[in-house]
Design a protein around this ligand. Structure first.
Ligand code: SAH
Ligand code: SF4
Length: 394
């Protein structure tokens, strides 16, 4: 694990498509510690050396195999999933439709992890920011954003981020570690627990701290449980994953059966500006990302969302808007214009409202769908790119 002060290579964890928590061959109880995740100090899937298993780290099929490994029927996994994710059970005692003996057996080999908010801040616009403490002392943030009929939860996928985008405070802290499946899912459960009765989270966006595709395995496993009808039961249309555009992972994603909405952080209409704002563009350039988007298998009636953080004098001119129209031709798309959230230590400025409006008009005249998204929760540092600069470092 890197120390917080250590300089982080922005491309660390990108090259060679890291494969984590992948099991080769049939799953066994106490498998050899062969995964990279284990080498990096993450908990193994099944109890290593007598360690109990965090049930929320298991996919449905892993849970089936886990139960079978100590002689239990597969159908039990559905009961367990419902207790964990629909009823939010925090102990085996709550699982009253399982026999006492079975609950005892379960508690000997597994445990139910939880996350508790250390602090909840609320902005005037209703946005709430949750600071959550992880078992190893690291901290992450999740943001709950009410908007008309929607209640969107923005989840983190890593502690910090390795990509160092110039406009983003999360990137400034560097990467500490990937979140486990249970840490991603427990954000939803921790927030849901404090919601008033009859209020439910309607949408999930993976746009908090970290780059979800750099934590590919765990993020996809977590999404599978979000859409699983016996677990969270979210519609796949209500889950959005935002990425800087890691090409090997996008290619891998295009072959997966799982579906959700995809958002790509574009933030510029030409290579030089994008490389300046987002160093990863030197490895995965804009033209290659766009070429990939043209062949990305989208479900009917879905479009790729392109996020475009607007920075004064950098990417906000009429020429930039015209270039954007040109490069997005042929891609079913929607553009979210996000006026930069300024922050101390970020050497960039937000353009004027008129400039943003003019930019949007040009895109719309050019036939694109463009929406201005003013981030919510700015006064509590809960807006896009403002998460977790100082809280990580205790
Ligand atoms: N790592 C992923 C997801 C987390 S960032 C990604 O970069 O896509 C989520 C979004 O916040 C991205 O679109 C990013 O461009 C945007 N963002 C980051 N810093 C910002 C800032 N200071 N102001 C406005 N948006 C910002
Ligand atoms: Fe990381 Fe996304 Fe922030 Fe870039 S914008 S530093 S990829 S979290």
């Amino acid at each position: 694990m890197k120390s917080p002060s250590e300089k982080v290579d922005p491309f660390d964890g990108v090259q060679g498509t890291p494969i984590r928590l992948e099991n080769k061959g049939p799953l066994r109880f106490n498998p050899e510690p062969s995964t990279r995740a284990h080498a990096e100090g993450q908990p193994p899937i099944f109890g290593q050396g007598g360690r109990r298993v965090d049930l929320k780290n298991l996919s449905l099929s892993e849970l089936n195999q886990f139960l079978e490994s100590f002689g239990k029927e597969r159908y039990r996994s559905v009961q367990i999933l419902r207790w964990l994710y629909q009823k939010g059970a925090q102990s085996f005692d709550e699982m009253t439709n399982l026999s006492k003996r079975f609950r005892q057996e379960l508690s000997q080999v597994s445990f139910i992890s939880t996350l508790h908010p250390l602090r909840v801040e609320q902005a005037k616009d209703g946005t709430k920011k949750f600071l959550l403490q992880l078992e190893d002392g690291n901290r992450i943030e999740s943001v709950l954003i009410p908007d008309k009929a929607r209640l969107t939860l923005c989840l983190s996928t890593q502690v910090g981020c390795a990509f160092g985008c110039l406009f983003c405070l999360t990137g400034k802290t560097g990467w500490r570690r990937d979140l486990t499946v249970s840490e991603i899912l427990n954000q939803i459960l921790a927030v849901r627990k404090i919601l008033p009765d009859k209020t439910s989270i309607t949408n999930i966006v993976l746009m908090g701290m970290g780059e979800p595709l750099a934590n590919y395995e765990n993020t996809l496993k977590a999404i599978a449980l979000m859409v699983c009808t016996d677990a969270f039961k979210f519609s796949s249309r209500r889950i959005t994953l935002s990425t800087v555009g890691l090409l090997p992972e996008l290619e891998r994603l295009s072959k997966e059966k799982i579906s959700f909405r995809l958002a790509i952080s574009l933030n510029a209409s030409e290579e030089e500006t994008r490389s300046y704002l987002m160093p990863i563009n030197r490895r995965y350039p804009l033209n290659k990302i766009l070429a990939f988007c043209k062949i990305f298998p989208l479900r009917r009636k879905t479009r790729i969302t392109f996020e475009y953080v607007m920075v004064e004098g950098m990417n906000d001119s009429s020429q930039d808007a015209k270039k954007l129209i040109k490069i997005l031709r042929g891609i079913p798309s929607k553009i979210n214009l996000i006026p930069l959230n300024e922050a101390p230590g970020i050497p960039l400025k937000r353009p004027s409202e008129e400039k943003v409006k003019r930019f949007q008009e040009i895109l719309m005249e050019g036939g694109l769908t463009a929406i201005v998204r003013t981030s919510k929760g700015g006064e509590i540092s809960a807006a896009c790119g403002q998460l977790q600069a100082k809280e990580l470092l205790q």
